[in-house]
Design a binder for this molecule. Sequence first.
Ligand code: AMP
Length: 394
Amino acid sequence: MAVRCITDFDMYDKRVFCRFDFNVPLDETGAIRDDTRIVRALRTIKFAVNKGAKLILCSHLGRPKGEVKPELSLKPVATRLSELLNQDIKFADDCVGPVVLSMVNSLKRGEIILLENVRFHSEETKNDPEFSAKLAQLADVYINDAFGTAHRAHCSTVGIAKLVKLKGVGLLMKEELENLEKAFSNPKRPVIGIIGGAKVSDKINILKSILARMDMVLIGGGMANTFLKAQGMELGNSMIESDMVSTAQQIIQTAATREGSLCLPRDVVVAPDPNRGSDTRITSVDKIGSQEMALDIGPITVSEFSDHIQKAATIVWNGPMGVFEKDAFKKGTMEIAKAVAASDGFSVVGGGDSVRAVVQAGVSKKISYISTGGGAFMEFLEGKVLPGVAALEM
Ligand code: AMP
């Protein structure tokens, strides 16, 4: 795909409109709980400022559903950006309209303005052409650096890109696409996918896509239960998606044509329910009691999965191996995080829970690449072309 990058443009004295993903988690007081997404935007911002651009920053925050919600204002992001860049950040109370246009047009070279939450307008998520045109009025150059939102066809990610001639990806988006392509489109082999999390139904397309492309897929977490059920196991009170059992069966049959391509848990940590962490036992998957729930992978599975991980040249991980939010059921996820980190292979981790897991395990620095995308990362793994990237094609 022919997509240009911010480094390809002359930005001197130009109004450079940058879409970022500043959708940061806030605490009850409205303070930013984790500024990773802001920090990872800094490279693109500094690059544009150093090239003499007049910088217009745009993002969404949360789901205001087209209403002005003061608690979802981007003002705290402006404050944090200003601290991180040690530079004054102007703030516009809206993202379109005559006042905003005049603020943008009076920017001097190297100055930065952050626009208010673009989702305060309901048109944004509808990819409304008129609203896209209003955003496009603010841009001589359009840069999309919001990988986390690249799977959404909205005005600020797709509509505007169709209207601005000079357009491309920012440095973070470029890095994301290069690393994900390295792991997924053109990987060093053997390549392993580790998929966990709650539901098969959420990740069915990923499972099919990576089973077709990768040498082996390791399945853990709640979704493994549905696969074990499809193999005829009794899972007691474990989380199971009954309507996905036949789909799981089909996937198992497809995988059987390539021996060793699908690996399911052999043992699990069970308890009467997730809140009874003191009442656990480890059992093989064919001996789960009728009143028990499988809530984590067991030590034999950890060891088997880790052996496969050590032999892989490329590893892609999405989704926890158990209810890792609870101490009693986090061991499997933590051990898999450590195994991925210990690998000499190229490792990519994406999705909120998996990223939290590698941070919690204290191994995030040893992962080759941590994606900032949740939904976008998943759609990339499904093999889809992300609309926010496609819209930048020349
Ligand atoms: P997902 O968003 O699909 O990646 O799912 C993440 C959630 O799956 C986490 O909140 C985990 O607590 C949950 N989960 C993982 N394993 C299990 C399990 N064995 N039973 C129930 N929930 C699980």
